[in-house]
Design a protein around this ligand. Structure first.
Ligand code: 0WD
Length: 254
């Protein structure tokens, strides 16, 4: 049976086929969801369109989350194409590479603002314009990381932005609950993606996870995808404002 049959879901943050958002899309599609993908800029448009074209019925729309007008027109497009929206997957983050090494204390005002704008505020900016389309209730989810709670080497300003993102999840969940809209985050273990390339010493982080995580292996994007599918489905109807760890248990020992 298909858990997401008749559900329209917007997926933001596919950059390539290694993106977590892409694995999420695969899981959602396997359960019969109808998907819309967004791409950040013309730089990635072709790649995202090619991937989206492999999923029957999927559409592709532009949206750079730093530009309010682009989110406005995304909402217009989603309304026009889908009518009702049931799910939103936010899998977007950015920080300058120079902020992802050395000491957090050296973070610039501009680097701090940019990381927070793209990695934290964007969830609220998008939710603000999408929740009115969720007239049959809905599920919103975002991606976070352990660096939100612990001072992890090199994660720096992104950890602070993820802390803001996790707090945003709780406030949004409280605001939107009366509309039967749930808001949650998945805290994934480290995965080698484009975004991970910006983090120094990523190999040693992966090695530590293999050694210490209870399940003795690193996180695969498909594991995140299946949890996202659960969060988008009615099976998770009692869960909101939560951070769910998909990290092979690393956070309980690390
Ligand atoms: O280990 C990891 N890879 C983990 C990632 C562990 C735990 C959490 N995460 C989070 C990331 O912080 C992010 O929130 O998962 C989310 C997805 O990250 P990803 O799949 O690892 O990385 P990637 O494939 O690079 O997707 C992130 C995408 C961007 O890709 P690039 O690399 O081109 O910056 O976020 C999108 C973009 O597609 N993005 C934007 N989208 C719209 N507007 C913007 C923007 N301004 N900036 C970045």
């Amino acid at each position: 049976s298909e858990l997401l049959k008749g559900k329209n879901i917007l997926v933001m943050g596919v950059a390539n086929d290694r993106s977590i958002a892409w694995a999420i899309a695969q899981s959602l599609a396997s359960q019969g969801a109808r998907l819309a993908f967004t791409y950040e800029s013309e730089r990635v448009e072709e790649r995202v369109r090619k991937l989206a074209d492999t999923i029957p019925g999927a559409i592709t729309l532009p949206c750079n989350v730093t530009v309010d007008e682009e989110i406005d027109s995304l909402a217009d497009q989603v309304k026009e194409q889908f009518g009702v929206l049931h799910g939103l997957v936010h899998s977007i983050a950015f920080a300058k590479t120079e902020e992802l090494e050395g000491m957090f204390v050296d973070t610039s005002r501009e680097g701090f603002a940019l990381a927070h704008d793209i990695s934290a505020y964007s969830l609220t900016a998008v939710a603000q314009r999408m929740y009115p389309l969720m007239t049959e209730g809905g599920s919103i989810m975002t991606m976070t990381y352990l660096g939100a709670e612990r001072a992890l080497r090199n994660y720096n300003v992104m950890g602070v932005a993820k802390a803001a993102l996790e707090a945003s999840v709780r406030y949004l969940a409280n605001d939107l609950g009366p509309h039967n809209i749930r808001v949650n985050a998945i805290s994934a273990g480290p995965i080698r993606t484009l975004a991970a390339k910006g983090i120094k010493d990523f190999n040693s982080i992966l090695r530590q996870v293999e050694e210490k995580a209870p399940l003795r292996r690193t996180t695969e994007t498909a594991e995140v995808g299946d949890t996202a599918m659960f969060l988008m489905s009615n099976l998770s109807r009692g869960i909101t404002g939560e951070v769910i760890y998909v990290d092979n248990g690393y956070h309980i020992v690390g």
